[in-house]
Ligand binder design. Structure first.
Ligand code: SER
Length: 313
């Protein structure tokens, strides 16, 4: 029998592409997509789909039992921008869902979990350059606090109960298939849509706000790769730094202008500026390279070309 997979938050920015990739790899019927509401037709119509509120433990358990799920990808979360507006709601969503899947694994109802962490676990006192896996964290955003707490719980459930939970600290993710929702790094996706529609973009981050970023194709590859890894050096329970590229709005605009010389950018920083200022410029992923052979394929120029090519169609 095939290994069955459940994706929570399958209609979101990562979930959409992850669902497609997992279905290609494991067969459509072995990958159950779910989300709190049905939004993405490509995901819903292409295979099994359930409307599921991941904070509802009973509903979650029912779906897991019904499909005999072994692996859960928990992609439902409230991102950094929205979480500042609804701190309590963000905390419950981000933490309750994690506890549900960790406890289901502890009770042997599922056997493997993927849970995404983020560069948001770092804070204003963290070294900005080449940020190591472990250093002063002290995040200042609600989202970052939930991710850092989540990392601690993943580590705890792994050490204490042997739960197989794997995790990555995603940088800002850039994709053309699905829009992000409510994050601080969203500007790096919005900018492409506006470049094509209006030839101009007003950035909510200042020109020199450098942040770690990754093209979605690399993020999906990293996710599949850490989940498949049987490497004896892989540290289960640990959220790995993964890095690909790093740029600021000014540099991104410059790269877009190489393809679209008429493109204009202006700046009107909002409340997300202080979140961005508290995050690293770039992170060191030496441990991911060593432990499970991580290597990105997309850098700024290729990413910009690919984004404009697909969005133009
Ligand atoms: N991209 C996310 C955000 O901006 C960080 O994980 O919230």
């Amino acid at each position: 029998m095939h290994h069955k997979i459940l994706i929570l938050g399958a209609c979101g920015q990562i979930g959409t592409e992850l669902t497609i990739a997992l279905r290609e790899q494991h067969g459509v019927d072995n990958v159950v997509a779910s989300d709190i509401r049905a939004t993405d037709d490509a995901v819903m119509n292409a295979g099994p789909f359930e409307i599921l509120d991941a904070t509802d433990l009973h509903a979650l358990e029912d779906v897991i039992m019904h499909y005999e799920i072994e692996t859960v990808y928990l992609m439902a979360a409230m991102l950094s921008g929205t979480a500042e507006k609804f701190p309590m709601k963000a905390w419950s969503l981000n933490m309750d869902t994690l506890f549900h899947v960790l406890n289901l694994a502890k009770d042997k109802k599922i056997s493997k979990i993927f849970w995404p962490s983020s560069i948001a676990v770092f804070g204003p006192d963290t070294p900005k350059e080449n940020t190591p896996q472990l250093c002063i964290m002290a995040p200042s955003s609600v989202y970052g606090m939930s991710k850092l707490a989540g990392e601690g719980w993943c580590q705890y459930y792994h050490l204490k109960y042997g739960v197989d939970v794997r995790s990555l600290r995603y940088p800002g993710l850039i994709s053309w298939k699905t829009q992000p929702g409510g994050g601080t790094t969203d500007y790096a996706v919005d900018i492409f849509h506006k470049a094509i529609e209006d030839g101009a973009y007003e950035s909510f981050l200042s020109p020199e706000t450098t942040l770690p970023m990754m093209y979605m194709e690399d993020a999906i590859r990293a996710t599949l790769s850490i989940m498949e890894s049987e490497s004896s050096t892989l540290k289960k329970g640990m959220a790995y730094n993964v890095s690909a590229m790093s740029f600021n709005p000014q540099e991104l605009a410059h790269a877009i202008r190489k393809q679209r010389p008429e493109f204009q950018i202006s700046y009107a920083p909002d409340f997300r500026q202080s979140i961005a200022d508290s995050w690293p410029d770039n992170v060191s992923d030496i441990e991911a390279q060593k432990d499970w052979q991580w290597k990105p394929q997309f850098y700024l120029e290729d990413m910009v070309k690919d984004m404009l090519l697909h969005l133009n169609r």
